[in-house]
Design a protein around this ligand. Sequence first.
Ligand SMILES: [Zn+2]
Length: 198
Amino acid sequence: MIFIHPTAEVSNKAKIGDGTKIWHHAQIRENAEIGENCNIGKGVYIDFGVKIGSNCKIQNYVSIYHGVVIEDDVFIGPSVTFTNDLYPRAFIWSEEKASKTLIKKGASIGANSTIICGITIGKFAMIGAGSVVTKDVPDYVLAYGNPAKITGFVCECGRKPEKFEDDNKDNFVKGVCKFCKKEILINKENLNLLNIKG
Ligand SMILES: [Zn+2]
C-alpha cells in the first residue's frame, strides 16, 4: 500500500513503490521514480526524473533536483539540499546542463548538508551534519566539514571500525567493527589518505 498525505502533490507520471509513505506538502514531479518502503518527509521536493531506490528515508524539507540518483537504503537528513548546475545563471538553463550526482547504497547524509552536483557518494559512506560536499566520497568513508574532508571510516551500522588488518589481498584492508562485529573492506588508497596504519 502507498500512503500519500492529502496535502502532498504527486504527479500521476511519477512511479511510487509499494509501502512508500509521502507526508505533508511534499511535491513529487513527473517521471520521478521512488522504490518500495521509502519515507518521504514533510515538505520534500523531488524533481522530474529523479530516481530513488527502496528503503530510503528522506527527511523533512529535503530538495532533490533533476540529475540525482539515489540507490537503496539511503538516509537523507532534514533540509539537505542537492544542486544540479555547476555554472548557475538565472538566464542560462537547459536540461543538458544538469550534472549527475549518485548516492550509493546505504549512504547517510547529515542534516542541512549541501551536495554540489557531479559527484558520487560511496556505499555506506557517512556525511556529517552541515557539510558541503564538493568531491567524490569513497565507500565506507566518514566525511564532514566545509568543504567536506575524509576523517575516518564507518561500518554499515554507522560506528567506526577498528583493528585495520592487511591480509595482502588485492587492494583492500580489513576493518573490524567492535559494535556489530562486521568486517568491512577498505581500499588501501583511502586508508593512506588518513595515514592509518594497518
Ligand atoms: Zn558495525
